[in-house]
Every structure is written in structure tokens, then in C-alpha cells.
Design a protein around this ligand. Structure first.
Ligand code: AP5
Length: 207
């Protein structure tokens, strides 16, 4: 049985944090377009025009992202399912995903919306640090990183960039909620509370 799940939510809602749990539960890989773009940035292979868009907090054009996902879904580890984190982010991306899945004879199982009010998000993001060696996500106050970890403070986690990302979510990504609701795939999860509490809600929503 395959498990194909989408995690959707505004920047800082905890998609990356909760992805670990879902991937372990179903034994599926996490496919994060943000992580893929950042890996290309570190490798020096990201087109500079996309790098500038990303660092400004705006969305990379649909065609580039769809090509990235198309390539990733051809890899062997996706045959038993996968978790999409940060994709799709626009209705054209969602339509392209529908077409890709239908070509492969696959179907989406669930779209989980992590719901966190805007006023909590900025504080989560400006204090986020990611361990470059393990990929683990930390928060300077709620979940401090271990001593000596090699930490990344993302260029788009500065307050002005965070606000641009929030606006991009509201203008372009929030439209996915009615899109998936109409297909009876949407499950809403309250993302406020301790990460473990959110995980328990996610588990119930996916049961
Ligand atoms: P991407 O990397 O996808 O960023 P995002 O959607 O903005 O999401 P984040 O990774 O910032 O947040 P998250 O929800 O994963 O939260 P996290 O778990 O880390 O995209 C980056 C950029 O790439 C985009 O702006 C765009 O330019 C480009 N891009 C990517 N995909 C694209 C696409 N499909 N189309 C076009 N462009 C695309 O948690 C955040 C913080 O909160 C952490 O510090 C964490 O410790 C803390 N935290 C987590 N849970 C809790 C909790 N329950 N309580 C308190 N703190 C918590």
C-alpha cells in the first residue's frame, strides 16, 4: 500500500518538524522542495535568478518547481509513497501534481493542513536554526541546539523576508485549501502547542 501525503501550512507552521514523524510512521521519504533548493544552493548549482527569488521570500516559478518534483518522483525510493513538504504551493503546481500522479497510476491519500495563527509564526522563524550535518530543526528558546552543532540561520528567516513569505502564502498557497477540500482530501490539524502534542493530533488525523 502506498502512502502519499501533503503537508501544507504557512512558513513556520512546523511542516519540517512534523515531517520526521510521518516519514517514520509510514516508512516514506520526505520530499521538501525548500530543502532541495537549499541543497542546490549549497552545491552552487541553483540558477542565480531562483536563488535571489528564494532569498527574498517570494515563490520560485512553477515551471522550475514542477521540473524538480518530476525528476524526484522518478527516483526509486518513492515507489511506496512519499511525503510532500512545501509542495504544491500554488494551484498550477497542484494541477501538475495531479497529472504526474495520474500518469503513474497513483493517488493522493491526504492533505494535512497545519493551522497556526500568523502572530506566532515570525517568532518561530527568526529563532529557528538548522543543523547542517543532521538536518535537525531547532528553536533557540523552545528547543535549543546542542553545543558545537554546525548551524544554519536561513537568509529568508529575517523578519522582513518572513513577512514576504507570509504574504506569498496568503496570496498564492492558501488557495490550495479549498482546492483539496473540494476533493475531500483536506484534514485540518491545530499546530499550536508543544511539538509532541501536534504530532499526536497528526497521528489521529492520519489514522
Ligand atoms: P520552505 O523551505 O518550504 O519554507 P516554508 O514553507 O516557508 O516553511 P519553513 O521551512 O520555513 O517552515 P516549517 O513549516 O517547515 O516550520 P519548521 O518545522 O521548520 O521554502 C523556502 C523557499 O523556497 C520559499 O520561500 C520559496 O522561495 C522556495 N520554494 C520552496 N518550495 C517551493 C514551491 N513549491 N514553489 C515555489 N517556491 C518554493 O518550524 C519553524 C520553527 O518553529 C523552528 O524553529 C521549530 O523548532 C519551531 N517549531 C516547530 N513546531 C513548533 C511548535 N509546535 N511550537 C513551537 N515552536 C515550534
Amino acid at each position: 500500500m502506498t502512502h502519499i501525503v501533503i503537508l501544507v501550512g504557512p512558513p513556520g507552521s512546523g511542516k519540517g518538524t512534523q515531517a520526521e514523524f510521518i516519514c517514520k510512521k509510514f516508512g516514506i521519504p520526505q520530499i521538501s522542495t525548500g530543502d532541495m533548493l537549499r541543497a542546490a544552493k549549497r552545491a552552487g548549482t541553483l540558477d542565480p535568478k531562483y536563488l535571489a527569488i528564494m532569498d527574498s521570500g517570494k515563490l520560485v516559478p512553477d515551471e522550475a518547481i514542477i521540473e524538480l518534483i518530476d525528476g524526484r518522483l522518478k527516483e526509486d525510493d518513492t515507489k511506496d509513497g512519499f511525503l510532500l513538504d512545501g509542495f504544491p504551493r500554488t494551484v498550477p503546481q497542484a494541477e501538475a501534481l495531479d497529472a504526474l500522479l495520474s500518469k503513474k497510476g497513483l493517488k493522493l491519500d491526504a492533505v494535512v493542513q497545519l493551522d497556526v495563527p500568523r502572530e506566532l509564526l515570525e517568532e518561530r522563524l527568526v529563532n529557528r536554526r538548522t543543523d547542517l550535518n543532521t538536518g535537525k530543526i531547532y528553536h533557540l528558546l523552545y528547543n535549543p541546539p546542542p553545543e558545537g552543532a554546525k548551524l544554519e540561520h536561513r537568509a529568508d528567516d529575517m523578519p522582513d523576508k518572513v513577512r514576504t513569505r507570509q504574504s506569498a502564502y496568503e496570496a498564492q498557497t492558501a488557495a490550495l485549501l479549498p482546492y483539496y477540500e473540494a476533493k475531500a482530501l483536506l484534514r485540518r490539524v491545530d499546530g499550536v502547542g508543544k511539538p509532541d502534542e501536534v504530532t499526536a493530533r497528526l497521528e489521529a488525523a492520519l489514522a
